[in-house]
Design a protein around this ligand. Structure first.
Ligand SMILES: NC(=O)c1ccc[n+]([C@@H]2O[C@H](COP(=O)([O-])OP(=O)(O)OC[C@H]3O[C@@H](n4cnc5c(N)ncnc54)[C@H](O)[C@@H]3O)[C@@H](O)[C@H]2O)c1
Length: 414
C-alpha cells in the first residue's frame, strides 16, 4: 500500500471526489444532490465477492497505481464475502487490508469511496442501488443486471447520484478491439454491412458438470445469453457506435438436469443462443454464443465486413487484429495483414511494455480500473455507462422474447 499512498500525494488525487459521510440508515438515504467531499487521500475500495471476478479485480486494484500513475491512487480497503474465514484467506492472498461479511456494512463507512460489485447477477441491482444511494462511486461487473427493469432503475439511480457509475465491460480495454473501433471510426473499412459475432466456451459440454448459480434463472437471469452474449452485443455497439434495434433469436438448453449440492437439479437457463441482429443504419450481425462448444475455451470472435475492407479478432489471440483492405494498384500483395497491437501508438499499450511484449486478459481489468479512477477525477463520461448496459440488456431480452415467438423479428426498444 505504500506505493499507492505515495501516489496519492503526487498524482493529482486532489481532484478526486469521494462520498458524503454515511452512517447507518443515513447511508441509504444520503441525498443524491449532496456534493461529494473533496479529499487528498487515496480512494478506499471495497470489492464485493472474492472468487473469479473478485480475484481479477483485486489484481487490477493492486497494480493500477504502478502502471497508471496519472490516475488517483486507490487503496485496497475491504474485501467482502459471506464466509468470514474464506474471505479472510482471499484477502490475505490478494493483498486487502480488511474484510467484511455483509456488503451493507461497507456502505456505512466513510473510508470506502468505491464499491466494486463482483457478485452473481441477481445481486447487482440491489447492491448497486444501495451503494449509489450511499453516495459511493460504483463499478459493476457485466451484465449490468438480470432484467431490463432492473437496468432502467440503475440508469435512473446513476443519473441521480453524485458518484461515478461504470459498468465493467472489460473487453473495451483490449487494445486490438479499441484499435478496431478507431479504424471503424476513421472509415478504414468503409461502410459496415455485415458482422459475425461468436463467443464459444465448453465448460458445460460434460453433462455431469455440476450446477452453479450460472445455471439457475433466479441468480443468473439467463444462461450463456447474458453471460457471454452480453460481451458480444456490447462489442457490437462499441465498435459500430450504434445500437441493435431489432432481433430474431433462438435459445437452446441441451442438458436440462445437472448434479446439484442436494441431488439432481433442473437447469433453468440456455446453454446456447443464436440471433440475427439489425441496427437502424442497416447493419446485419449474426450472433452465436455457447458454453457447450466442445474444444473452444474462450473464443470471442468478431468479424466486421465493410465496403472497402474487413477486420477480424479472436480473443484467444488478443494481441492481434487482422485488417484486409481492398487492393490498390498491386493486387499481388493484397490480402489480410495481421497487426501485432503492441505499439505505444495503440490504445492502452503505452501504460505497459515495449513493442512486441504481449499483453494478456488480466491487463484489461487494470486498464478498466484506471479509466474508472480517471473518470472519478475528471467527471468525463465512463466506458461503459449504465445506459450502455441497459442497451445491451434490451437486446438480450428481445432475443428471449423472439425465441418465445418462434424466432419472430422483435424490436429491442433501443
Ligand atoms: N468480465 C468478465 O470477463 C467476466 C468473467 C466472469 C464473470 N463475470 C461477471 O462477474 C460477476 C461475478 O462472476 P464470477 O465469475 O466472479 O462468479 P463467482 O461465482 O466466481 O464469484 C461470485 C462471488 O460472489 C460472492 N457472493 C455471492 N453472494 C454474495 C453476497 N450476498 N455477499 C457477498 N458476496 C457474495 C461469492 O461468494 C463469490 O465470491 C458476474 O456478474 C459475472 O457475469 C465477468
Amino acid at each position: 500500500m505504500t506505493d499507492q499512498t505515495t501516489n496519492a500525494s503526487t498524482t493529482g488525487a486532489t481532484t478526486a471526489t469521494t462520498t458524503a459521510t454515511a452512517t447507518g440508515d443515513t447511508a441509504a438515504s444520503t441525498s443524491a444532490s449532496e456534493s461529494p467531499v473533496q479529499t487528498n487521500r487515496p480512494l478506499g475500495v471495497a470489492v464485493i465477492g472474492y472468487s473469479f471476478m473478485g480475484r481479477a479485480h483485486s489484481n487490477a486494484w493492486r497494480n493500477v497505481s504502478a502502471f497508471y500513475p496519472d490516475v488517483p491512487a486507490a487503496r485496497m480497503t475491504t474485501l467482502v464475502g459471506r464466509d468470514g474465514s474464506r474471505v479472510q484467506q482471499a484477502a490475505d492472498e490478494l493483498g486487502w487490508e480488511g474484510t467484511a461479511t455483509d456488503w451493507r456494512d461497507v456502505l456505512e463507512r466513510d473510508d470506502i469511496d468505491i464499491v466494486d460489485v463482483c457478485t452473481p447477477g441477481h445481486l447487482h441491482a440491489e447492491v448497486t442501488l444501495a451503494a449509489l444511494r450511499a453516495g459511493k462511486h460504483v463499478l459493476v461487473e457485466k451484465p449490468l443486471a438480470n432484467s431490463v427493469a432492473e437496468c432502467e432503475a440503475l440508469v435512473a439511480a446513476a443519473a441521480d447520484s453524485p458518484g461515478t457509475a461504470m459498468l465493467g465491460f472489460n473487453y473495451r480495454r483490449v487494445p486490438a478491439l479499441a484499435l478496431a473501433r478507431e479504424l471503424v471510426q476513421e472509415g478504414r473499412i468503409g461502410r459496415i454491412q455485415q458482422v459475425r459475432l461468436s463467443y464459444l466456451q465448453d465448460w458445460l459440454s460434460d453433462p455431469q458438470a455440476p450446477m452453479t448459480w450460472r445455471l439457475r434463472k433466479e441468480s443468473a437471469g439467463s444462461g450463456v445469453l447474458g453471460d457471454l452474449g452480453s460481451h458480444a452485443v456490447d462489442q457490437l455497439h462499441y465498435l459500430l457506435g450504434e445500437h441493435v434495434t431489432e432481433v430474431s433469436g433462438s435459445l437452446r438448453t441441451f442438458v436440462s438436469e445437472r448434479p446439484g449440492p442436494n441431488g439432481t437439479e433442473a437447469v433453468t437457463v440456455d446453454d446456447a443462443a443464436w440471433a440475427t441482429l439489425h441496427t437502424a443504419s442497416g447493419v446485419v450481425a449474426s450472433l452465436e454464443v455457447s458454453r457447450v462448444a466442445t474444444g473452444r475455451k474462450n473464443a470471442m470472435v468478431i468479424e466486421l465486413y465493410g465496403t472497402t475492407g474487413s477486420l477480424r479478432f479472436d480473443l484467444e489471440r488478443l494481441n492481434e487484429l487482422i485488417l484486409t483492405q481492398t487492393p490498390g494498384a498491386d493486387a499481388r500483395t493484397a490480402g489480410a495483414a495481421t497487426i501485432l497491437v503492441t505499439e505505444p501508438e495503440h490504445p492502452y499499450v503505452d501504460a505497459w511494455w515495449p513493442a512486441g511484449h504481449v499483453l494478456g486478459w488480466d491487463h484489461t481489468f487494470t486498464s478498466q480500473a484506471a479509466d474508472f479512477l480517471r473518470a472519478i477525477a475528471t467527471g468525463d463520461p465512463v466506458q461503459a455507462s449504465f445506459e450502455d448496459g441497459l442497451a445491451v440488456q434490451r437486446v438480450l431480452a428481445a432475443i428471449e422474447t423472439s425465441d418465445g415467438r418462434g424466432g419472430a423479428r422483435t424490436e429491442t426498444g433501443n
